[in-house]
Design a protein around this ligand. Sequence first.
Ligand code: GLN
Length: 279
Amino acid sequence: MLTEPVTIARALAQVQAEGLNRLDAQMLVLHALGKAPHDRAWLLAHDTDWLPPGALAALQAAAARRAGGEPLAYITGCKEFFGLQLAVDPRVLVPRPDTETLVEWALGVLPGNAPARVADLGTGSGAIALALKATRGLLTVVAVDASRDALAVAACNAQRLGLDIECVHGDWLQHVTGQFDAVVSNPPYIAAADPHLQALRHEPALALTSGADGLDAVRTILTQVPHHLKPGGWLLLEHGYDQAGAVRALLVAAGLQAVQSRRDLAGIERCSGGHMPHG
Ligand code: GLN
């Protein structure tokens, strides 16, 4: 444990000695200094500066949380997704870069420069809904979550970013009216007994697990979605690394067409989808 005064370089070394990797250590020092996450160059240029009074205590508290497995984004309170700075806290899942695959696919099936309606089911922080609205201003975006807490985070992000989306509380499409050109979702998909959940213990279980095989939410969405998709409208779902085959089978059984999967940046089949029959 260090006591003040201490240089930035010394503080960084100490935090790493406590088991944090270099990037996390840099992010926490920037946060303790009230600097933006992209200011790493500033940090490197100022490593002989003294930490201002009070910053060391804040840094040590943050480092202890990170060493305890808490996601960095909960400690700093923000996470970048699709170029947007989102506020996040333990009420919502931390948005993952893998989910950008789903956003890109949705942008590919929605019209480039015309009004259309899209629903994001289980919006959490609002990541997918806000990324779509930020990219295509003409979209009408409905963001749904069963957690009022999560919806409050999404609404706050929408307001902060000046993006006009509609937030609806409810189980999937239960309280949603009208039909959509696309329905997208990153639902909970981890099997209830998956040992990998231990590493995710700081995030809301409601956003992570879904029955014995992890696919209960997908099955529920599939019972509701045919009433809410226009002819030719697309359903696009994120799922686990080993679930693509099972999700495609469920999509085919629900009557969707052109059923296919998309790979994430790691080359893993991460999303599957299909469209309603045309007319
Ligand atoms: N992608 C998350 C993970 O496995 C899970 C998200 C989810 O269940 N929707 O870390």
